[in-house]
Design a protein around this ligand. Structure first.
Ligand SMILES: [Zn+2]
Length: 376
C-alpha cells in the first residue's frame, strides 16, 4: 500500500500508517468525545477529550496487535511479513507469499480474531476489576475506556470471523475447504465466491439502511462491502495466478532470441530497421562489446519523434546495472514479484556473466493463455 507514513519497526516488521487512517482516527475521537460528553458532562471537556484521544490511541495499538499476531504466526510457519499497514478499515499484514498448506492458512487466519477476542475480554476484565458491573453504563473515565475497548475488540473479532475471503474468517473457510477438497485453487474459488456474496449483502444492507435514514452509517456499511468485493476478486485472481505458475521457471517463458545492437545506433535506425521489421521483442544494447542495457518500445514512446535521429540507444536504454536480474531457474512468480516491486515490465535473465534473454509480463500472460487454451 503506497502513500503511507512509516512509523518504524517492530519485531523486524515495518509498521506503516496509511493517510486514510487519520480520517478514521479523527472520526473515532470525535464520536467518542461527543458520546462521553452526552453521558457524563460532569467529567469536564478536558478529561473527555483526553480520554477520547487516549482511547483512540489504544484502539490503534490493539489493531496493530491483531495484525502482528498474523505476522508472528506466519513467521513461525516460515512465511515472512515485510510490512503491516493500518488504514481506514483496519490493518493489513503483507505476508510475502500465500501459505503453501492448509494448516498454515488456518493458523495464520484464526490467530487474528483470537487475539482481538482475548484483548476484548482482558479489557472488560480490567473494567470489572476497576468496579464496573454489567450492564451498568461505566461511570468513571477509566471504566468507560476499558469497556469501549472491550466491546470494540470483541466486535472486531466477530467481524473478522465472517467467512468472506479475504477476511480472516474467509481464510479459515478456505483452509477447511482446502482440506476437504484437497484442491487449493478450488478452495480459493469457493471461499472467494462466498466472500463476494457477503460483500454484496453488505452493499445491499448499507444502501437499504441509507435510504432508511441511517445516513453516514449506511454508506459506511456499503463502502465496507465494496472494499470486500474488490479484495475478494483480487485475492482470488492472485491465488489462481500463483497456482497457474507453480513449478514454472523463468527459462520456460522467457524470450531467448535477443538482437544485439550497437549503443551508438540512433533511435530512428533502430525503429525502422529493427523494431518494426524483426518482430522480436528483446533488444540488447552493447557498448565496447559488452552488454550494457535493454531497450524496449517503452523507452521510445517517451522520446519526441524529431529527436530520433539525434538520440543513440545508449542514451535511452535501461542500463543493466540499474535493473534487477533473474536467473533462468528463478520461479516465474518470483520474477513477477520483482517486476511489481521495481515497477518494470521486463527483467534481464542472466546466468553467470551471460545474458540469456529477457522475461516480460507479456511472456507470462502468453504462457497462461496458451495453457488455458489447451485446457490445462
Ligand atoms: Zn485479521
Amino acid at each position: 500500500m503506497r502513500s503511507s507514513i512509516r512509523l518504524g519497526k517492530l519485531f523486524g516488521i515495518e509498521i506503516g500508517l496509511h493517510y486514510s487512517w487519520f480520517l478514521i482516527a479523527l472520526l473515532i475521537t470525535m464520536s467518542l468525545g461527543s458520546q462521553f460528553q452526552e453521558s457524563h458532562p460532569e467529567w469536564g471537556s478536558n478529561i473527555i477529550w483526553a480520554l477520547a484521544v487516549l482511547t483512540a490511541l489504544l484502539f490503534f495499538i490493539t489493531l496493530l496487535a491483531h495484525e502482528m499476531s498474523h505476522a508472528l504466526v506466519a513467521r513461525a510457519r516460515g512465511l515472512t511479513t515485510k510490512t503491516i499497514t493500518l488504514f481506514a478499515l483496519g490493518g493489513v499484514a503483507q505476508i510475502e507469499k500465500e501459505p503453501e498448506d492448509a494448516k498454515t492458512e488456518f493458523l495464520v487466519g484464526i490467530v487474528g480474531p483470537l487475539s482481538s477476542a482475548v484483548i476484548g475480554l482482558v479489557s472488560l476484565g480490567i473494567a470489572w476489576a476497576l468496579g464496573w458491573r454489567i450492564p451498568a453504563t461505566p461511570d468513571t473515565p477509566l471504566r468507560a475506556m476499558f469497556v469501549w475497548l472491550g466491546y470494540i475488540n470483541l466486535t472486531l473479532a466477530a467481524f473478522n470471523m465472517i467467512p468472506g475471503y479475504p477476511l480472516d474468517g474467509g481464510r479459515i473457510l478456505r483452509s477447511i475447504l482446502w482440506v476437504t477438497s484437497r484442491d487449493a485453487v478450488r478452495a480459493t474459488e469457493r471461499a472467494a465466491a462466498v466472500g463476494k456474496v457477503i460483500a454484496l449483502l453488505f452493499i445491499a444492507l448499507g444502501i437499504f439502511r441509507f435510504f432508511g435514514g441511517a445516513g453516514f452509517g449506511g454508506l459506511w456499511i456499503a463502502f465496507i462491502g465494496w472494499f470486500l468485493l474488490q479484495a475478494a476478486t483480487a485475492s482470488a485472481s492472485s491465488v489462481a495466478l500463483t497456482a497457474g505458475l507453480k513449478g514454472v521457471r523463468v527459462s520456460d517463458v522467457m524470450t531467448a532470441d535477443c538482437v544485439m545492437l550497437d549503443g551508438n545506433m540512433n533511435v530512428e535506425e533502430f525503429v525502422e530497421s529493427y523494431l518494426l521489421r524483426s518482430g522480436k521483442r528483446c533488444f540488447v544494447v552493447q557498448q565496447n562489446g559488452e552488454v550494457a542495457g535493454l531497450v524496449t518500445p517503452h523507452e521510445i514512446k517517451g522520446l519526441e519523434r524529431p529527436r530520433w535521429p539525434y538520440t543513440t540507444l545508449s542514451d535511452i536504454m535501461r542500463p543493466l546495472d540499474q535493473l534487477h536480474t533473474v536467473a533462468p531457474t528463478t520461479p516465474v512468480m518470483e520474477a513477477l514479484e520483482t517486476m511489481g516491486r521495481d515497477d518494470v515490465n521486463q527483467l534481464p535473465v542472466v546466468s553467470g556473466n551471460h545474458l540469456d534473454g529477457i522475461i516480460t509480463r507479456a511472456n507470462v500472460l502468453q504462457f497462461l493463455q496458451t495453457r488455458a487454451e489447451l485446457g490445462r
